[in-house]
Design a protein around this ligand. Sequence first.
Ligand code: PHE
Length: 466
Amino acid sequence: MKAESWGTRLGLILAMAGNAVGLGNFLRFPVQAVQNGGGAFIIPYLVCFLLMGIPLLWVEWSVGRFGGKKGIHSTPFILDAMDRRRFWKYIGVFGIFTNIAVASYYCYIESWTLSYVFHSIIGTFRGMSQAEVAQFFVDYTEIDKTTLGIPYEAIVFYILCLALNTWILSRGLAGIEKVAVVGVPLLLIFGAFLAFQGLTLGTSGATPEHPDANSWEGINFLWTPQYDSLLNPKVWLAAAGQIFFTLSVGMGTIQCYASYVRSKEDIALNATSAGFTNEFVEVVLGSLIVIPIAAGYLGIDWVRENAGFGMAFQTMPYLFDKWGALLGAIAGVFWFGLLFFAGITSSLAMGTPWVGFMQDEFRWTREKGALSFGLIILAFGLPTVLFFHQGVFDEYDYWGGTVSLVIFALIEIILFAWIFGIDKGWAELMEGSDIKVPIVYKYIIKYITPVLLLFVFLGSFISPPV
Ligand code: PHE
């Protein structure tokens, strides 16, 4: 088999940025922030980024390239190569199942974005009231109803979305790189355009029904720090979970992508660039779109009461429609198209650990690996599609998208810093590096990050999901 690697450095960074930048940045971050007290969330969030997110990124890139040098591209085998004991392999397998759990509901949201691009083009939302737009989403996800005369439209788009993922995955790295090189710049441009709207909307979206609407209140809500909840373990768990989710750490996807980095190529700077790009998109663009725009038309109280993945789908089409038929349709295609690109460059990343494992373990072809991934996601994802309103979706997100990531990250960092050994690990990170990572991070990786991870993990027992 010919050894695969990323085509160019830009391709690698964009693929990694595309992996990290996703629905998490635009949809999950605002929801987590609102549910955890707005400004109260931001400080734990930034602390988690510096003390857990960035160190874990370096760890995962190092682990990945280490495996790649040995010709291994799947997390179970990479972890296995780091120590003689057999059980590390199963930790890697646990990571693969986390990917499957997350991809199952993630691809469902991704399929909404596809469907909403379609509906923006055909003008479904023209002239709808806010209540009708919100109801459209409920009908759409309540799949016993027909939407627009198409029965089970949600399932149709879900399958379409999985088919697209499967097809691109089956084309390997080159396919992923191509999607990222086009998708990531596009989503940055669309995002900047919409963030500008969020910033400048102010009170001009207020109506007699929502006289208090004000986009700046949305921004203030997020960015006025509140210190009282810093002692609340639930906020810390949510902040850590969001950092892991948004950086895509704690599941094995980064290791897989990094295993295709050429053996002498830099990882420290690449990891840092991809991580900071993600944070820029999340804290700047992610915080200036959904919440300010929803607050700008419906008021901040509405936002507080309706925070959820569906929020953006229940509000944005109505807002766009106010810009007129043509501009509204264009904005709809921009926004949902942006979400689609953000989503697919991430869900492809979730597929690579599975496909890599099937190739390494069973010598399957990539095509067979990709097809089996699509079918498994279909099987695991259908409950989230069929029972969306019964809370199945939120359970997947809590267990798959928060708790599992923390557990995996904790075990992985122990392996890296204590068993593989921090000196060896640090040397791996620094090999071929284009930057000098401050040496203090060697100690952070060894002592601080694992202890914090342990606290966050234990904290999750004190504070079950709300
Ligand atoms: N980081 C992606 C996002 O923010 C989600 C993701 C998680 C992707 C884990 C890959 C692995 O949407």
